[in-house]
Design a binder for this molecule. Structure first.
Ligand SMILES: [Zn+2]
Length: 178
């Protein structure tokens, strides 16, 4: 295994960085497939690759069918299996996605920055729904009253707003995600 096969610069959804991942284990296996036409099972040689992100030490798992030309896959290791990508549906407006992805990047490094950005996500959602208000609390109430979000979600969101406020305005409060 050459060094270039062992290390790849890839996106890590644990920490949000695109940095070096080191291949730890590679395991061949037979993946079962079922035909759409007759439901018949077939087995295809496949391969799992486990890597470690050198930035956050998070573990990632990729899978690919063998043998297949490398250009078939989005990475040399195949397609990501774990952790699942953020799973943002493209129907989520770009501004909201952008701020949330920014929040995810700092989640582990700075819980305070994370809650402040989570609060900004709420502001972007209100903006996207054309809700005009001088303060976020009223904007969120309007969002709920318009039926854009269910009541239980609106209560959870209020908590994010309050913790976000505390994170933004007080240096005495220590925010811990766990
Ligand atoms: Zn990472």
């Amino acid at each position: 295994m050459s060094n270039s096969d062992k290390k790849q610069v890839l996106y890590c959804s644990h920490c949000g960085n695109t940095s070096v991942q080191t291949k730890l284990i590679e395991q061949d296996y037979l993946e079962s497939y079922y035909s759409y036409s007759d439901g018949k099972e077939s087995k295809e040689p496949s391969c799992f690759t486990v890597t470690r992100c050198e930035t956050c030490s998070g573990i990632l798992v990729y899978s690919k069918l063998l043998p297949a030309p490398e250009e078939t896959w989005s990475t040399l290791f195949g397609e990501i299996v774990y952790p699942q990508e953020n799973g943002f549906n493209m129907s989520i407006p770009q501004n909201i996605r952008k701020v949330y992805q920014e929040a995810l990047k700092v989640k582990n490094a700075s819980p305070t920055a994370f809650v402040i950005l989570a609060r900004r996500v709420l502001e972007e959602i209100c903006k996207d729904k054309s809700i005009k208000s001088n303060n976020l609390s009223q904007a969120l109430e309007k969002l709920s009253a318009q039926g854009e979000i269910p009541k239980i979600l609106s209560e959870a969101i209020s908590l994010i707003r309050l913790v976000g406020n505390a994170g933004a305005h007080s240096t005495d409060i220590h925010i811990n995600l766990f």
